[in-house]
Design a protein around this ligand. Structure first.
Ligand code: TRP
Ligand code: SF4
Length: 538
């Protein structure tokens, strides 16, 4: 385990490091997050607005010693990454996991994910890499022979790039019994109509494909089987539907739901915000009383319009809250945390009541505690759950990287060899592919000197930023500045990139060979000898 104490999160340094201009490649169409489609993403902003993915920049300063893919904006988005960054900073347990469908050769796009797993492992995380063979067979119709061959290639590259198999775990979906048990449990909290809504499944979808989805849900939560912990799933944004469903299922498996409350009855989130702000501002003396009571707040709300209040609230919420408060009459308004019974056994419910310190009140379906913070309550609920046979899952987090532009322009696609560089490409082929790549250059050298190149639209520049510069921000910035400043011409620039690519491939493939023996000694089979036929799908 290594931890670099040299924390450099100064905003100006980050700005300098970001040389991609924060823009994405052109020529793509609408946003559609489809894990099995061929989605291209034209506008990363839409992912924030329409899908609620958060901008990575907002957490960057919380990350100790951020990876260059983070510094350069290649990792552009996340869901709930803060708990992972905090655990990293505080030396608390956390995990990283991602999976690979063995449908073809591993290429430089997969390298981003390999690097993300390895980096989190080096920061002290429990690391997992899995081969999604069930998915490859059921959703992509790969034969087991093909799957075995590709599985081996993915694993060798992951090891060659620095994954430590002694500290981390590698597995195949198909031979992980614990994973299958977990997937069976999770499946009991998901239903088909959700799959229709999320993935567009219909009556013609083969059942094994459904099973591969619950298996992925289990993958995502698998690192928490030992103990609940923040877990990050590094993936492309096309996998976000899976992440959202896994977060939902993790919550549905919990014994207790912890919320904040102000009285014995339930409030909606909007009503609670309203009541919370009134609890802060109203003075019981104004109602000739020592305590603030529900009926006082109801009285205050009489005839009040949304504009007159400090919180953003609509008239309907005011009126529904008022009704509830009136019904509760003289009950004092008091902040508390509430444990709602979601899946708890009777024993767990009793044990929780027992474990709560300070003033508490027990109801049929919930328990109110008056002397606990929300955080302490959340932790306690998890502890009791785990002690009584529950999983106590922490909602999994994710980070999203940009898709690389193809070397021929458009999308980088496994089915167009010239568009991507496979980690297995002959180094000479790799050199040649870079040499014949499209660029963001101008029609003539004169124009290029005059106007500068368009590095933000250049697949060759992407190679520098995503891979060829490694950790060297200075170098990436130099290429960028020289390009847009007109000092760099595409011929020489491509030659330099092509040579670096050739050297990278030579080195990587040498390391892969060195890993062959290690892989054979590991507890993961690349000779499954499974039998089967191609799946059917409408
Ligand atoms: N569905 C992923 C893909 O298409 C592979 C995958 C399976 C995965 N299980 C996972 C990715 C868990 C991340 C986490 O490539
Ligand atoms: Fe791309 Fe390099 Fe040409 Fe700039 S000089 S457009 S980075 S190939």
């Amino acid at each position: 385990m290594t931890r670099d104490d040299d924390i450099e999160t100064d905003a100006s340094v980050r700005e300098d490091a970001r040389t991609d201009g924060g823009t994405s490649a052109e020529g793509a169409d609408d946003v559609a997050l489809d894990p099995w489609g061929s989605s291209t993403i034209s506008d990363y902003r839409k992912l924030f607005e329409e899908f609620g993915i958060e901008e990575f920049d907002e957490v960057l300063s919380d990350v100790p010693n951020p990876h260059y893919l983070m510094r350069r904006g290649v990792i552009f988005g996340h869901r709930d990454y803060r708990p992972v960054a905090e655990a990293m900073r505080d030396g608390d347990p956390f995990a990283v996991l991602s999976g690979f469908m063995p449908t073809g050769d591993p290429h430089i796009g997969h390298k981003l994910v390999f690097d993300e797993i390895i980096w989190h492992q080096q920061q002290g995380g429990d690391a997992y890499g899995l081969i999604a063979d069930l998915e490859a067979h059921s959703a992509r119709g790969m034969t087991w022979e093909e799957i075995d061959k590709h599985a081996r290639d993915y694993l060798l590259s992951l090891l060659a790039l620095g994954f430590d198999p002694e500290e981390g775990e590698l597995y195949r979906q198909s031979d992980n019994r614990q994973l299958q048990d977990l997937s069976f449990e999770l499946g009991s909290k998901a239903n088909f109509s959700e799959f229709e809504a999320i993935y567009g499944f219909d009556s013609g979808t083969n059942v094994s494909h459904l099973q591969s989805v619950v298996t992925q849900m289990a993958d995502i939560l698998y690192p928490q089987l030992d103990e609940p912990k923040p877990t990050v799933i590094p993936v492309g944004p096309d996998q976000d539907p899976h992440v959202r469903l896994a977060r939902d299922l993790a919550a549905r498996m919990r014994f207790f739901k912890v919320t904040e409350a102000y009285a014995s009855f339930e409030l909606t989130d909007a009503e609670r915000d309203l009541v919370a702000s009134l609890y802060e501002t109203l003075d019981p003396a104004d109602f000739d009383d020592d305590d603030l009571r529900c009926v006082h707040v109801a009285q205050f709300l009489d005839g009040v319009t949304p504009e007159e209040l400090d919180v953003v609230v609509d008239a309907e919420t005011i009126s529904s809250a008022q009704t509830k408060l009136n019904e509760a009459g003289m009950e004092p308004l008091r902040p508390r945390v509430r444990f709602l019974d979601a899946n708890a056994t009777d024993e767990a419910f009793d044990a929780l009541v027992e474990a709560i310190d300070g003033e508490k009140r027990r109801y049929d379906e919930h328990i109110d505690a008056f002397d606990l913070s929300f955080e302490a309550a959340d932790e306690l609920a998890r502890e009791v759950e785990v002690e009584h046979g529950g999983y106590g899952f922490v909602a999994p987090s994710s980070i999203y990287h940009r898709f690389m532009t193809g070397l021929t322009g458009g999308k980088m696609s496994s089915s167009i060899p010239a568009s991507h560089i496979s980690l297995l490409d002959d180094p000479e082929d790799g050199y040649n592919k870079v040499k014949s790549a499209t660029t963001g250059g101008r029609e003539t050298a004169e124009k290029q000197r005059e106007l500068g190149g368009e590095a933000d639209k250049c697949p060759v520049y992407e190679l520098y930023a995503y891979l060829l510069s490694g950790d060297d921000d200075e170098f990436a910035k130099e290429v960028y500045d020289e390009c847009v400043g007109g000092e760099r011409l595409c011929g020489g620039c491509k030659e330099q990139a092509a040579e670096l690519m050739r050297a990278f491939l030579e080195d990587h493939q040498e390391k892969r060979e060195e890993m062959e023996e290690l892989l054979d000694d590991l507890d993961i089979s690349t000779d499954s000898q499974r039998r089967g036929v191609a799946p059917s799908d409408d």
